[in-house]
Design a protein around this ligand. Structure first.
Ligand SMILES: C[S@@+](CC[C@H](N)C(=O)[O-])C[C@H]1O[C@@H](n2cnc3c(N)ncnc32)[C@H](O)[C@@H]1O
Length: 254
């Protein structure tokens, strides 16, 4: 097990003595998001224990100072307590389960959702979890590609549609819009293929947005922000093609 050197998530996964199933593209994301927490006194929670392999992976990755907690609806997951993990049995779609969980565990640094992947499960986990993530921590939902698949719920309230609301909510804090945005739990949202990370930093997300001026000496340069209209007209056909490409999900770089 690691002590001070940092292990990559892929190495930790390969070393796990029990089976874990993760998509290959997740490892660079884990390394980028989670390496700042390695070898620290953190509380890490994963929803979805399955065959136990990821519990060992995370212990290897974070090192011995981390408190590793697994959640699963399958009561057999309790057996992993014999290996030093904390296991909670319950459904991630149950608000009551989360109330009890956080009243027992307290605030956590990282909550990773690799459970059942329905939109209800993902949204309830996020909504119930965000209040209990420590500042500087994050809530990560994986397998978010289910938002584009059948069989995971009503697509109009897919997890990715819910995430788009978070983009609007974060931007609604701009000073000229909403003076009183009530939901300021998330500082930023980071989107990867099949993974979304919600970063929590209350001090940053509760800042009031207002224009500032550094008071430096003025030289009264003209602002050219609308001066390129003729240029845009001249190149309109190409500009239109480029913008269209920007909205084409499956388009190439041509
Ligand atoms: C994809 S597997 C987890 C894989 C594991 N994290 C790994 O990396 O190997 C999904 C797990 O989520 C659990 N699960 C499914 N629905 C759940 C729910 N509503 N609440 C809690 N756990 C659930 C399943 O029992 C299963 O063990």
């Amino acid at each position: 097990m690691s002590t001070s050197a940092k292990t990559s998530s892929r190495d930790a996964y390969d070393k796990s003595p029990f089976r874990s199933i993760k998509h290959s593209t997740y490892f660079p994301v884990y390394d980028q998001l989670l390496s700042p927490y390695q070898n620290r006194d953190i509380t890490f929670v994963e929803v979805g224990v399955f065959e136990g392999g990821s519990l060992f992976m995370w212990r290897e990755f974070f090192g011995p100072r981390a408190r590793i907690i697994g959640i699963d609806f399958n009561p057999e997951a309790k057996k992993w307590e014999a290996d030093g993990f904390e296991i909670f049995v319950g459904s991630q779609s149950s608000p009551d389960f989360w109330d009890e969980f956080f009243s027992e565990v307290g605030a956590v640094d990282i909550l990773l959702d690799d459970g059942g992947h329905t939109y209800t499960q993902q949204i309830i986990t996020t909504e119930m979890g965000l209040d209990h993530i420590k500042d500087g921590g994050m809530l990560i939902v994986e397998d978010t590609h289910t938002s584009y698949l059948d069989g995971f719920g009503d697509k109009s309230i897919s997890f990715i549609n819910y995430c788009k609301r978070w983009i609007d909510r974060v931007n609604s804090r701009f000073g000229s819009f909403v003076k009183e945005q009530k939901d300021r739990r998330v500082w930023s949202v980071e989107v990867f293929e099949s993974i979304v990370a919600f970063k929590v930093n209350r001090a940053f997300s509760q800042q009031v947005s207002m224009p500032t001026d550094n008071g430096g000496k003025r030289d009264f340069s003209k602002d050219f922000r609308n001066a390129d209209r003729k240029l845009v007209e001249r190149d309109s056909a190409r500009i239109e093609r480029i913008i269209k490409r920007g909205f084409d999900i499956f388009g190439g770089n041509a």
